[in-house]
Design a protein around this ligand. Structure first.
Ligand SMILES: Cc1cc2nc3c(=O)[nH]c(=O)nc-3n(C[C@H](O)[C@H](O)[C@H](O)COP(=O)(O)O)c2cc1C
Ligand code: SF4
Ligand code: FES
Length: 678
């Protein structure tokens, strides 16, 4: 166990380091004692009352000592429709403790989770921070007695030194040449991401490496991110030079010898490409390298074209040209609001003040969606390239990569990529020998849905509670520390390198001028996972052509689209195009299928209860109104009163949480009145 005072002493004595200090202290001690809070207050010179106020605000922080083991059972929508509540009850019985309590002997704490962000392998149970997916009650005996540990392979990768002369394009070409000198031949890419690790991908990777070494096969085994086919996880993609990739899965560790027999013979059942059907309707731009590229190796990223758009932009001159391409592309914010990215960028570029900041929003705290983690884990160098392009375009000299506090694999892979990019002269001073410089740091969240709201996120970086700011001023004029700031969602940024490389018009040619969008499929579909579609696709396509139809044989009765800020969609809208602000709004892209056995009323109640808990309390209509709305659902429903209160909450709330909180109730009542007895 690390001494929390050591990590505290290493932090500068400024309030901005309050969240990192709290996080590090909890990491060392497992909770935050009053003494620890006092020490942090003294070191950072922040009043004790404010340190306590911040610490008590963030859900990931513990102000009471937990049990020696911490078991958390997910009862979010995707998990509860697949048995999450039954698992919780079984855990209560087995551990002899109710949810939310610690056993009298301090052996264990049992808690409910709103979402573990591995919805595609639901239902999920987490033991001592290790997530396990597709859990049945029969698994609990071994799961709860084994140490909560996952093998997440992190191979050590050789760095690539910077190129020291020439234009940006020439320097990049030197790096790519060196990258190509390393690693060729047939490669076996194991999808190692949060979802797949939860169903054994780490064990498959280790078994494959060991067996390849034992047989002395001329094959390279790499830990890629996931290809989005969580239903086939653990999946292995066979990458032969000059041949199309072949996805094989699920491959449990015990099945590795059979897979290698098939790979060695070059034929056989073991190499059936399971991905072909599910990939058919997709258009993969952002995901093109996920599941294929080694997520820990800059050389592999360079071989696959990383940083080419950056070098092209730096060689091509004016930053305004990048903004113009993004404008032509029609790119809009994938954080859910679909605001024009180019408008935001041009506003920041034109704003007075220095330094300017680019902030990547990788908070992703909305139950039911896990796409940003997928991208960060799968292709971290594309993310860095995108942040560099955005910073170059808006004139930012500082970048903050903000990553959810529990998205460990995302943070580890992005941190490794950042270190490699620095070594290669792609981040820091005079990038690729140009006049453009960018200092980049990683910050981690501490939980809470509202933390993802852009101004709440800025507050947290400054060391305060995550409470949204009133606007104007907007962040592009006065954001982080009052300086011009652009905040973009991970998925929005991911589109930028392709837009710069292939031109904005090319991107606008997809999805009827709206481009592509990631969706997280879960619930009662046969093929849950992350998929990329052109915007304007329908739920019917997502359910049937991509998702493989109902997993239970019973018809899909409703779809929850957009999580707690979204709505419940009736099958009569399944053929409507998914278009921002259209009849079916895709929101952030969380899509949960419910079959006839699921209760829409229970699902709506779950979503509203989440919003009620997550309200930061700053404004009365959201704080009080959501709680009263929830109480109304528990009694016989009076439609008129529900609508009236909903309208007040929507109109009078300060931020999107309150403004969108009643959507699920209103759509449920309108589309499934019988479920509410009206
Ligand atoms: C309650 C709430 C939670 C949000 N959570 C996120 C989030 O986790 N990630 C994100 O990118 N945007 C989130 N947003 C949207 C952000 O406020 C902001 O619009 C977005 O980060 C801007 O980036 P974009 O224009 O690229 O979408 C949230 C908004 C609200 C109201
Ligand atoms: S709408 Fe809700 S979450 Fe947003 S600021 Fe108001 S109280 Fe906080
Ligand atoms: S992991 Fe359970 S709802 Fe997301």
């Amino acid at each position: 166990m690390t001494d929390p005072t050591d990590s505290l002493a290493a932090l500068p004595r400024e309030r901005t380091w309050l969240l990192p200090a709290l996080r590090a202290a909890q990491h060392g001690e497992r909770w935050l004692s009053p003494d620890t809070l006092d020490r942090i207050a003294a070191h950072l010179r922040v009043p004790k009352s404010e340190v306590w106020g911040v610490a008590s605000h963030y859900p990931e922080l513990r102000l009471t000592r937990p049990g020696r083991r911490i078991v958390r059972v997910c009862t979010g929508v995707s998990c509860r429709v697949l048995g999450g509540r039954e698992l919780l009850t079984a855990c209560e019985q087995r551990l002899g403790v109710r949810a939310g309590q610690t056993a009298a002997d301090g052996a264990v704490t049992l808690e409910e989770l709103d979402c573990a962000f591995a919805c595609s392998v639901a239902p999920v149970v987490e033991v001592d921070h290790a997530i396990r997916g597709r859990v049945t009650t029969g698994d609990l005996a071994s799961l709860l007695s084994a140490p909560g540990h996952h093998e997440v392979p992190r191979p050590i990768v050789a760095a690539l030194g910077p190129a020291v002369s020439g234009s940006p394009m020439q320097r990049l070409a030197t790096l790519v040449r060196e990258a190509k000198r390393r690693g060729t031949g047939t490669r076996l890419a194991v999808g190692v991401g949060s979802c797949s690790v939860a169903v054994g991908a780490g064990d498959t990777f280790t078994a494959l490496r060991e067996e390849v070494a034992r047989r002395k096969l001329p094959l390279t085994v790499i830990a890629a991110g996931c290809n989005g086919m969580c239903w086939a996880a653990p999946a292995v993609t066979v990458l032969r030079e000059g041949a199309a990739p072949v996805v094989v899965g699920p491959v449990a560790a015990a099945e590795v010898p059979r897979l290698l027999d098939a790979v060695s013979s070059g034929a056989g059942d073991g190499l059936r490409d399971v991905g072909r059907d599910a990939m058919g309707p997709q258009h993969r731009v952002l995901l093109e390298r996920c599941g294929v590229v080694d997520a820990d190796d800059i050389a592999d990223a360079l071989r696959h074209g990383a940083y080419a758009a950056l070098a092209q932009a730096l060689d091509g001159g004016a930053p305004e040209r990048v903004i113009e391409e993004v404008r032509t592309a029609g790119l809009t914010g994938r954080g859910g609001a679909y605001f024009q990215t180019a408008v935001k960028w041009a506003g920041c570029r034109a704003a007075a003040g220095a330094p300017k900041y680019i902030v990547m929003n990788g908070e992703e705290g909305e139950p039911g969606i896990f796409k940003d983690r997928h991208l960060m884990e799968g292709d971290p160098h594309r993310l860095l390239e995108a942040v560099l392009l955005a910073a170059y375009a808006v004139g930012a000299s500082r970048g903050v990569l903000y990553i959810h506090g529990e998205a460990e694999l995302s943070a580890e892979r992005v941190a490794a990529a950042l270190a490699q990019a620095r070594r290669s002269g792609l981040v820091g001073e005079q990038i690729l020998g140009s006049d453009f410089s960018l200092e980049v740091e990683i910050r981690r969240g501490l939980g809470g849905f509202v933390l993802g709201e852009e101004t709440a996120l800025l507050e947290s970086i400054e060391g305060r509670r995550a409470m949204p700011r009133t606007r104007p001023p907007f962040p592009v004029e006065a954001g982080l520390w009052g300086k011009p700031t652009v905040i973009n969602n991970v998925e929005t940024l991911f589109a930028v390198p392709s837009i710069v490389a292939r031109g904005g018009a090319w991107f606008a040619g997809l999805g009827g001028g709206r481009g592509t969008k990631l969706f997280g499929l879960s619930g009662h579909v046969r093929r849950p996972g992350i998929v990329e579609m052109e915007l304007g696709c329908t739920l019917r396509t997502l359910i049937d052509a991509v998702g493989g139809g109902s997993s239970t044989g019973r018809p899909i009765f409703a779809m929850v689209v957009g999580g707690p800020s979204g709505s419940v969609v009736n099958p009569r809208h399944f053929d409507e195009p998914l278009i921002p602000r259209g009849p079916v709004n895709p929101g952030t892209g969380g899509v949960v299928a419910l079959d006839e056995g699921a209760s829409v009323r229970d699902v709506v109640g779950t979503l509203l209860a989440f919003n009620t808990r997550e309200s930061c309390g700053k404004c009365t209509p959201c704080r009080e109104g959501t709680a009263r709305l929830l109480a109304m659902l528990e009694a016989p429903v009076d439609q008129a009163s529900v609508r009236q209160l909903s309208e007040v909450i929507q109109l009078a709330s300060l931020c999107g949480l309150g403004q969108a909180a009643p959507f699920a109730v209103l759509s449920g009542l309108a589309e499934f009145p019988r479920e509410f007895g009206v």
